[in-house]
Write a protein that binds this ligand. Structure first.
Ligand code: CMX
Length: 439
């Protein structure tokens, strides 16, 4: 058993006992009330999931095991002389619940590097797809193809005890995270770089090796950006589409490959992760339509109003939970300022930030007019030369694996059951309203 697994076994066992006790002794505690409007608006605000890895506050933003993003940037281990946290450290924090030492982080880096070999049939499956297949479709196809390697599925089919589930899921999760950068980089290089692939460098940390395989290892600042990017996109509590999908599909005891592939199909939606490509596409279209790379705030306002009048959303703005500027947006803005990273597209993103919230607020229906994580990420990638925006959601997906799969290990360790909420028809709702009115 590796060190991390041993440590997890130690922290998970007592919590599993406490959870069972909580339900047995306090199972009838009323959690709250919910309204018809909440039922009709995507169950927003209804507590129905348990997620250990992170918790989202509407005003303050995400906390990973109690730590905010600025705190993580300060406290998580870094490469020697580095300023951005290593995502390995965040994974440790989410899984174990305490800050890792430098040795813990190095141990995970080595562990993932050891597990990073991708079987050849996965590349063959990818090569069979037309080159113009959307990178997110390629990504989910590849993850499904990799399911042949699931140790959980193999063990389950032989017959294992429930108490052993988490142990096999742990192995699948670690193998999958180790392999994802190789798969993502392969998709990038086959789609945009003439199939010129770059061998991994196991001496590098996970995010730096990813940057290297993408072909940006020598671009000054890109490895630093990837470490930050892979950290801030990793988790956003349990109710967002990708996290919830992983949990839901996993609750049927589908293995981590199947659950994560399903989650990535959700991340590929424009109201979720695909918004990062939509933001840059929208900015490029605005620049083209206005005939300038640096539109004025007045020009941006006119373009935003045009977007809204066409019945479209402004990508990168709004959130289902947050009610303030997303600290993940702010972290990227700070990264740009700290590293003197600036150009017309980045300045346009900042000008859009000055203009859009006021316009969205004036509509009177948008609950959160402020930018989310996706409003900024593409502009930094463009700055470093990665202009192929169709690929951006794959980067988000590689990072998202850290949070949702750490949680899947917890799901199995705590014995979370099959998820099965109740649904009703509109007719049922109408009858309920009628009976409430006469009661
Ligand atoms: N532009 C225009 N209209 C918007 C808007 C935006 N950015 N954000 C919300 N609205 C509209 C909604 O479409 C809705 O309109 P209708 O009542 O006409 O249907 C109304 O405002 C109320 O929506 P809401 O309650 O404020 O927002 P939701 O919780 O329903 O949806 C989200 C949240 C993110 C889907 C929405 O804000 C949106 O579409 N934003 C743009 C896409 C985006 O950036 N998504 C990425 C989110 C982060 C991530 O997951 O990566």
């Amino acid at each position: 058993m590796d060190r991390l697994k041993e440590k997890f076994a130690q922290v998970a066992a007592p919590l599993a006992v406490q959870t069972k006790k909580l339900v047995k002794e306090h199972g009838n505690v009323v959690m709250g009330q919910y309204t018809l409007e909440q039922v009709m608006s995507g169950m927003k605000g209804i507590i129905g999931l348990i997620t250990e890895t992170s918790l989202l506050d509407a005003e303050e933003g995400i906390r990973f095991r109690g730590y905010t993003i600025p705190e993580l940037r300060e406290k998580l281990p870094k490469v020697e002389g580095g300023v951005e946290p290593l995502p390995e450290g965040l994974f440790y924090l989410m899984l174990i619940g305490e800050l890792p030492s430098e040795e813990d982080v190095q141990d995970i880096s080595n562990n993932w590097a050891r597990r990073s070999n991708v079987p050849n049939h996965v590349f063959k499956v990818l090569d069979a797809l037309p080159k113009n297949t959307h990178p997110m479709t390629q990504f989910t196809v590849a993850i499904n193809a990799l399911q042949t390697e699931s140790e959980f599925a193999a063990a389950y089919s032989k017959g294992i005890s429930k108490s052993e589930y988490w142990s096999y899921v742990y192995e699948d999760v670690m193998n999958l995270i180790g392999r994802l950068p190789r798969i993502a980089a392969y998709i990038y290089r086959r789609t945009y770089k003439n199939d010129e692939h770059i061998e991994p460098n196991p001496k590098l940390d996970w995010a730096a090796n990813f940057a290297h395989m993408l072909g940006y290892g020598e671009v000054d600042g890109f490895k630093r950006l990837m470490r930050l990017y892979m950290t801030i996109h990793a988790d956003h509590e349990g109710g967002n589409v990708s996290a919830h999908t992983t949990h839901l599909v996993g609750s049927a005891l589908s293995d981590p490959y199947l659950s994560f592939a399903a989650a990535m199909n959700g991340l590929a939606g424009p109201l979720h992760g695909l918004a990062n490509q939509e933001v840059i596409k929208w900015i490029f279209e605005m620049q083209d339509s206005l005939g300038t790379k640096k539109p004025s705030k007045e020009q941006i306002a006119t373009y935003v109003n045009k977007t809204l009048s066409e019945g479209k959303v402004v990508p990168g703005y709004g959130h289902a939970v947050l009610r303030k500027t997303d600290p993940r947006f702010t972290a990227q803005m700070e990264f740009a300022k700290r590293n003197n990273v600036t150009d017309d597209t980045i300045e346009t993103v900042w000008n859009v930030y000055d203009v859009v919230p006021g316009i969205l607020e004036s509509l009177g229906k948008v609950k959160n007019p402020w930018p989310n994580v996706d409003a900024h990420s593409g502009s930094l990638l463009v700055h470093y030369g990665m202009v192929e925006y169709d690929f951006y959601t794959v980067l988000f997906g590689v990072s998202r694996a850290l949070g949702v799969l750490a949680q899947q290990i917890w799901d199995r360790a705590l014995g979370h059951p099959l998820e099965r909420p109740k649904s009703v028809t509109t007719e049922w709702l109408q009858a309920k309203v009628k009976s409430s009115a006469t009661a």
